[in-house]
Design a binder for this molecule. Structure first.
Ligand code: GTP
Ligand code: MG
Length: 331
């Protein structure tokens, strides 16, 4: 399934129905009063979060949404029915913005949460509402109001507690597979991961958290190098970052410099990410060259004030101290 985290849609709420101009006409009542009812309100366009959806793919195929117009009012004081509403189902984590002003219309963070993204026009009042003591036979009635019409920009940000960051091949997807039931693609070439993956970690029955694995970052990603930095939006709402480093990566003789290069890209995307709790994870400790590199490397990171966790996703060595530390930061 293609992962789609941005989409544009166009929405039209319904117009309100017109108010009615009518006078009561009955046998034996020669001059009945005004009895024109109000028009119905136009239907709203409503966005609702649904946990069954994980991408914006559905709205890419169907991107025009029109709600129904309100019925016109009728004589004998009959009100028009409200127009039919339109419901747009979106994944939890979707932000809806006005595409022109950029204004936030909805931030759907919980299943079932909903918001009106285009408001139906109000129904016009019928002439029965315009009677006063000196104005007994009002001819006036109102037209219905126009429904809102706008283009919306949808943006999906995964709602994960923990984000995995690091250079390509650092072992992010392998870690996710070792600690959750997620089965991301893993391979020994860079940029294996091209779309985010989510996994749920269960520490016993009570303690669970979600982890997002995103594509690897390289120096210059904010200028478009590699897969760019746009995927960082999926870790914007995380509370803890795990920064994975393969200390024996032959293409990165200086792990601390590699670490700083990734941090620079984080900062270029959003400087708030630099203040997020971050644990340094030294990966692939089952490999002798990685285990050998760990001592010097860990000391350098500790000197930077970082907590360091050597792990092997292959043997599961070091995973439980790491997950306990993550939990401590989350709770
Ligand atoms: N021996 C060993 N190999 C590992 C370990 N973790 C990852 N690897 C290997 O390292 C390579 C890269 O692993 P991935 O998990 O795909 O790395 P990634 O960080 O997700 O890479 P991208 O998706 O390309 O950014 C694969 O060949 C993995 O098998 C480990 O704990 N031990
Ligand atoms: Mg990967």
């Amino acid at each position: 399934m293609k992962f789609l985290d941005e989409a544009d849609i166009e929405v039209w709420a319904g117009n309100g129905g017109n108010g009615c101009k009518s006078f009561r006409r009955e046998k034996f009542i020669p001059r009945g009063g005004p009895d024109g009812g109000d028009g119905g309100r136009g239907g709203h366009v409503i966005a609702r979060a649904d946990e069954g959806l994980h991408t914006l793919m559905d709205v890419q195929y169907r991107h025009h949404f029109r709600a129904g117009r309100g019925e016109h009012g009728r004589g004998k004081q009959q009100y028009g029915a409200a127009g039919e509403e339109v419901l747009i189902l979106l994944p939890v984590g979707t932000l809806v913005r006005d595409a022109v002003t950029g204004g936030l219309l909805a931030d759907l963070t919980r299943h079932g949460q909903q918001a009106i993204v285009a408001r139906g026009g109000r129904g016009g009042r019928g002439n029965m509402h315009f009677v006063t003591s000196t104005h007994q036979a009002p001819e006036e009635s109102e037209p219905g109001g126009a429904g809102e019409h706008r283009r919306c920009r949808l943006e999906l940000k995964l709602l994960a507690d923990v984000g995995l960051i690091g250079l390509p091949n650092a072992g992010k997807s392998t870690l996710l597979a070792a600690i959750s039931k997620a089965r991301p693609k893993i391979a020994d070439y860079p940029f294996t991961t091209t779309v985010p993956n989510l996994g749920v970690v269960r520490l016993g029955t009570e303690r669970t958290f979600t982890v997002a694995d995103i594509p690897g970052l390289i120096a210059g990603a904010h200028l478009g190098a590699g897969l760019g930095i746009q995927f960082l939006r999926h870790i914007e709402r995380t509370r803890v970052l795990l920064h994975l480093i393969d200390a024996a990566d032959p293409s990165q003789p200086d792990p601390l410099a590699a670490y700083r290069a990734v941090r620079d890209e984080l900062g270029a995307f959003d400087s708030a990410l630099l203040n997020r709790a971050e644990l340094v994870v030294l990966t692939k400790q089952d490999l002798p060259e990685a285990a050998e590199a760990v001592h010097a490397c860990a000391a350098a990171f500790r000197a930077e004030g970082r907590e360091v966790f050597p792990i092997s996703a292959a043997t599961h060595g070091g995973l439980s101290p790491l997950l306990e530390a993550v939990w401590k930061h989350l709770s």
